[in-house]
Design a protein around this ligand. Structure first.
Ligand SMILES: N[C@@H](CCC(=O)N[C@@H](CS)C(=O)NCC(=O)O)C(=O)O
Length: 215
């Protein structure tokens, strides 16, 4: 079983972290020719990371890969037991992918203060905030995103929200979870758990090194 991609991608990071929580050794590797090479496109014609190769067969899309790991390696379970909470966990991941991380474009294109367009950043701040409110609405009361143990929803949310906080932060968003009590206490909870702290740091360092290399 192979995981293709780099930890700089929050989508790759969520798969790597899920695998780690399951005790699997699944270190992401960049395909030798990159993700637009003919070899990689043969495996994953979507041309995005992550992708996996499982017994010679291809699989892609990070949330599908989380589900694969959960089905193939059920212990320890990352999804909760109840049907509602399983759906709630998947919904949180979907909101992150469809409504939260898409707002990163407003910030990525305005990282340089010299060329920053204030109206674009302002639109991004509003759209990002709205998407966080949507996430907050569907989260559980804590301490984790769904229930009282670290699981699927936390793994799906953590690197993506870390990435969003970094790029929005670079454009002046100081406390994205202000006035969002569930998200705020969830994020603070993650900072108290050595397992999540280590992973957040690892992902954050990979992402920040990547951003520095683009300057
Ligand atoms: N929906 C995909 C998103 C993956 C994605 O956008 N990956 C980015 C890196 S963060 C990528 O590979 N981008 C390359 C491109 O779009 O050309 C997933 O969840 O796996």
């Amino acid at each position: 079983m192979k995981l293709y991609g780099s930890l700089v991608s929050p989508y790759v990071a969520r798969v790597a972290f899920a695998a780690r929580l399951k005790g699997l050794t699944l270190i992401p590797e960049l395909p030798p020719g990159g993700i637009k090479s003919a070899e990689f496109l043969h495996l994953n014609p979507i041309g995005k990371m992550p992708a996996m190769e499982i017994d010679g067969r291809p699989l892609a899309e990070s949330m599908v890969l989380l589900d694969y790991l959960e089905d193939a390696y059920p212990t320890p379970a990352l999804l909760p037991a109840s049907a509602y909470e399983r759906a709630q966990s998947r919904l949180l991941g979907r909101i992150v992918d469809l409504y939260v991380t898409v707002q990163a474009r407003y910030f990525f294109t305005n990282m340089n203060p010299a060329t920053r367009k204030a109206d674009e950043v302002a639109a991004g701040v509003l759209a990002y905030r709205k998407s966080l409110e949507q996430l907050e609405h569907f989260m559980g009361p804590g301490p984790y995103a769904v229930g009282s143990t670290l699981g699927y929803a936390d793994v799906a949310m953590m690197p993506c929200l870390q990435m969003m906080a970094s790029v929005a932060g670079a454009c002046g968003v100081v406390d994205p979870y202000d006035g969002l009590p569930r998200l705020g206490s969830w994020w603070r909870k993650l900072q108290t758990d050595p397992v999540t702290v280590a992973f957040i740091d690892e992902y954050h360092n990979a992402f920040m090194n990547f951003m520095a290399s683009r300057r």
